[in-house]
Design a protein around this ligand. Structure first.
Ligand code: PBG
Length: 325
């Protein structure tokens, strides 16, 4: 055969393959999500997330030290609020001495270089397990935004580097940015969950935080997975309102959305490799049906290729270990 092109030429050795690799993963790509619980020496396994734990503050701080020493530079915090703090206003969310605020302070005191991001949404504090305030069976937008602003201000005051609103209410990014300016929090950034889809893959996370919605679903605020253009609209709105980083969530079934958003905005794009995506790999690997390590690198690699600059993933620690070879 006489061929003009022999594409296999560029795949013939590991050296050539790595020279022409279009994307690569590095320790700088990862955000490690952490679940924080009340108490001391609490290290609770999460049944649907094998190998992942809900830790009390003392253990969390130790873990953050370890993550930082591995080269991981960012953590995203979620807390499990006590049942007695839950109501329909979310007021525990801006308690100066709430678990989130204490955790942020403890981490910033011990590992000040670690970039601390905080989840902003009312679901851990809501008796209904919804991300916002409920009135007549509806999740009301504008009142919720007021609560999210208070929550964000209290995270900024505690020392968070970024707040990460995951609630999908309209106008919250602009309202939070304005409040930061008015209160002189000019060094606190916003990573907006801009395109967050109503997904069945959040199940294990809701087990971890005991935050499943008590009635209905989240489809009046989280997006319909049928839609693509709407994700771009949401991301552009958030950038206009002052988001520093925009996020697409989940990641694996939404690689097309990551690319679409990446091409549309001029800010870093993150994606969230969520709990159900973690659980699927863990479960299949446990059965011996896939190679866990290879699956971790291939799926995270696909998110990078899709256009993610940052990846929040429960596999952060494993990925760093695997990348170090
Ligand atoms: C809620 C929130 C969820 C996740 C992050 N923040 C779940 C939900 O919207 O019900 C999911 C993360 C994961 O599944 O790993 N504000």
């Amino acid at each position: 055969m006489i061929l003009h092109h022999r594409p296999r030429l560029l795949r013939q050795s590991p050296a050539i393959r790595s020279l022409v690799a279009e994307t690569s993963l590095s320790v700088n790509d990862f955000i490690a999500p952490l679940f924080v619980d009340e108490g001391e020496q609490v290290h609770t396994p999460i049944a649907s997330m094998p190998g992942y734990f809900r830790n009390s503050l003392d253990i969390t701080v130790k873990e953050v030290k370890e993550l930082y020493s591995m080269g991981i530079k960012c953590v995203l915090l979620f807390v499990k609020a006590k049942d007695e703090t839950k109501d329909n206003t979310g007021k525990e969310a801006w308690n100066k001495d709430g678990l989130m605020q204490r955790t942020v302070r403890a981490i910033k005191n011990t590992v000040p270089e670690m970039v601390v991001m905080t989840d902003v949404a009312l679901d851990p504090y809501s008796i209904y397990g919804h991300d916002g305030i409920v009135k007549d069976g509806e999740i009301v937008n504008d009142e919720t935004v007021e609560a999210l602003v208070k929550m964000s201000l209290s995270h900024a005051e505690a020392g968070a580097d970024f707040v990460a609103p995951s609630d999908m209410m309209d106008g919250r990014i602009g309202a939070i940015r304005k409040a930061f300016e008015e209160n002189n929090y000019t060094k606190t950034g916003i990573m907006a969950y801009s395109a967050k889809y109503a997904s069945c893959f959040y199940g294990p996370f809701r087990d971890a935080l005991d935050s499943a919605p008590g009635f209905g679903d989240k489809k009046t605020y989280q997006m319909n997975y049928a839609n693509r253009t709407e994700a771009v609209k949401e991301a552009l709105l958030d950038v206009e309102e002052g988001a520093d980083i925009v996020m697409v969530k989940p990641a694996l079934s939404y690689l097309d959305i990551i690319r679409e958003v990446k091409d549309a905005v001029r800010v870093p794009v993150s994606c969230y490799n969520i709990s159900g995506e973690y659980a699927m790999i863990k479960a299949a690997a446990e059965k011996g049906w896939i190679d866990e390590n290879k699956a971790i690198l291939e799926t995270l690699g696909s998110m990078k290729r899709a256009g993610a600059d940052l990846i929040a993933t429960y596999f952060a620690r494993d990925a760093v270990r695997l990348l170090q070879g």
